[in-house]
Design a binder for this molecule. Structure first.
Ligand code: PEP
Ligand code: MN
Length: 294
């Protein structure tokens, strides 16, 4: 096996036999497609922002209005969430069908696109009715029968990288989606888990190298989610700018008007003021590398 490609576990033969759909056909091959009038894979770096969880109708509409005004094209937020522990309280609970209704309302009131996670087969259909992009969370990246079913809806998909997945695993999962004829596929780096012995920083580590590595062999757009990667709001801004510099084709950010009181992962969202500042800096960074942010 030649070690010509990054990650060293993908050979040129693999590109033909294992990733015929995800691999570039030539050096300039780049997927470009529109979702809700927003083009992915071009010079624009679309912004997806919102809370971790769709907590209430009032909150989600407030956030949708704010981020849209600042230039974001998509509202993110989970109604169905992969919460790490089974215990629930009044504030720490998925909002499920209600949350989905509130996302629909936010879209109706603002026209913003919706990206939200789907975790269970039986909810694929109702979520696909509201969402413009179906998010497959990191935990489900390798649930092949499930991702195949999501792909069959024909809706655009955001595939988040599992925090232990190599580029080979990641593109293998992408190949399952493309195999179903679903071409509007966006990849998302959201931080990898490094051994505990080396973990002096955060829960996950943003693996920026996957962006150029992925682009070297695949035509698919790849975006970055610094909020989940850092798990720590003071680092979100610098890691966003670094993601843009690394060639990220989009940014996903957690934004909450009152971060400390966010129902889920209150350490990671940035507030409205910081979002506004970060978008301004991101525009300048994007411009420096001949890309743009609305
Ligand atoms: C999320 O985006 O809310 C989420 C749970 O992401 P991940 O699958 O990357 O943890
Ligand atoms: Mn989350």
């Amino acid at each position: 096996m030649d070690n010509k490609f990054p990650g060293k576990d993908i050979s040129s033969e693999d590109l033909k036999s294992k990733f015929p759909l995800a691999a570039k056909k030539n050096i300039n091959h780049k997927s470009k497609f529109k979702i809700n009038n927003t083009t992915f894979g071009g010079p624009l770096i679309p912004i997806m922002a919102g809370p971790n969880m769709v907590e209430s109708e009032k909150l989600i509409i407030k956030i949708a209005k704010f981020i849209k005004k600042e230039g974001a094209q998509f509202l993110r937020g989970g109604a169905f969430k992969p919460l790490s522990f089974p215990y629930r309280s009044k504030n720490y609970n998925e909002t499920r069908e209600l949350g989905l209704k509130w996302l629909a309302k936010a879209k109706e009131e603002t026209g913003i696109g919706i990206v939200t996670e789907v975790m269970e087969e039986k909810y694929i259909e109702p979520i696909a009715k509201v969402a413009d992009i179906l998010q497959i969370g990191s935990r489900n990246m390798q649930n092949y029968p499930f991702i195949t079913k999501v792909a069959k809806t024909g809706k655009p998909i955001l595939l988040k990288r599992h925090y232990g997945a190599s580029l080979r695993d990641f593109l293998g999962a992408a190949e399952y989606i493309l195999y179903e004829g679903n071409k509007k596929l966006i990849l998302c780096e959201r931080g990898v888990s490094i051994p505990h012995t080396h973990r002096s920083t955060s829960r996950f580590s943003l693996d920026l190298q996957i962006i150029p590595a992925c682009k070297e062999i695949s035509h698919l757009p790849i975006i970055s989610d610094p909020s989940h990667a850092t798990f720590w709001r003071p680092w979100v801004s610098s890691m966003t700018l670094a993601s843009i510099s690394a060639g990220s084709d989009g940014i996903m950010l957690e934004v909450h008007p009152d971060p400390k009181n966010a129902a889920v992962d209150p350490l990671q969202p940035i507030d409205f003021k910081d979002f506004e500042k970060l978008i301004k800096l991101s525009r300048k960074t994007a411009k420096a590398i001949n890309r743009k942010i609305d």
